[in-house]
Design a protein around this ligand. Structure first.
Ligand SMILES: O=C(O)c1cc(=O)[nH]c(=O)n1[C@@H]1O[C@H](COP(=O)(O)O)[C@@H](O)[C@H]1O
Length: 224
């Protein structure tokens, strides 16, 4: 089985991101480029990281009216990413149009409930109920819209996988036992997420901020 770990290259400096990606490339399965990276380095930066040779997950979390999201999706064809994110709360029509506008072969996955949120946060956004129900509701909407899968925390991935057998599940908010959680609230270990059905494990700071990122990536790989 190929390595399911996508390293989140959340670094503001392109040379530093490239250097880190080169160092750990043998111990991860792909690179995740998010808002911080794309706003700073755009398509040029994506191209530079893609040249390293691993698949690219372009985590733009698109969320707007259907027409705008479809146009944005057209504009990223040039990068041919393996995976792109949209927000499920953008609604069914937005997700349908996003998928229709996506490059062939690119998986479009919908963010359900960010792993940095807990149930108190959910209540404050006006949503009653627990994280599990919210994730299941949005996963069903994403499936109905014809997306490839969803992003959810490791605490929900088993339940989502049970209901959506051939879905593609991206799980961030992962922390090796004993490591700092930072701003993440719904956290599990990489091994737990994999055992519960995650297709992709998104890991950032536990590798990128480690004293020895190569060793940290190897240690995580060894647990899988
Ligand atoms: O879509 C994502 O990748 C994502 C969704 C989510 O709910 N939570 C989440 O943390 N992420 C991303 O996953 C990465 C997690 O980074 P670390 O917390 O440093 O491991 C970041 O790049 C986030 O943008």
């Amino acid at each position: 089985m190929s390595n399911p770990v996508y390293l989140a290259l959340d670094l503001p400096n392109l040379d530093a991101a490239k250097a880190l990606a080169e160092r750990v490339k043998s111990h991860v399965g792909g690179f995740k480029l998010g808002l911080e990276f794309f706003c700073a380095h755009g398509h040029h930066g994506v191209h530079e990281i893609a040249q390293i040779g691993l698949p690219i997950f372009l985590d733009l979390k698109l969320h707007d009216i259907p027409n705008t999201v479809a146009a944005a999706m057209h504009a990223i064809h040039v990068s041919e990413p393996a995976i792109v994110t949209v927000h499920a709360s953008g609604g069914r029509a937005m997700m349908e149009d996003a998928k229709a506008a996506a490059p062939n072969g690119t998986k479009i996955v919908a963010v359900t409930m960010l792993t940095s949120l807990d149930e108190r946060d959910l209540t404050r956004t006006g949503v009653d109920g627990n994280a599990h129900d919210q994730v299941m509701r949005l996963a069903e909407l994403a499936q109905d819209a014809g997306l490839d899968g969803v992003v959810c925390s490791g605490q929900e991935v088993r339940a989502v996988h049970k209901r959506w057998k051939d879905g593609f599940f991206v799980v961030p908010g992962l922390r090796p036992a004993g490591s700092a959680t930072g701003d993440q609230k719904r956290v599990v270990t990489p091994r737990q997420a994999r055992d519960d059905g995650a297709s992709v494990l998104v890991i950032g700071r536990p590798i990128s901020r480690a004293d020895d990122p190569v060793q940290a990536a190897r240690d995580i790989e060894a647990t899988l």
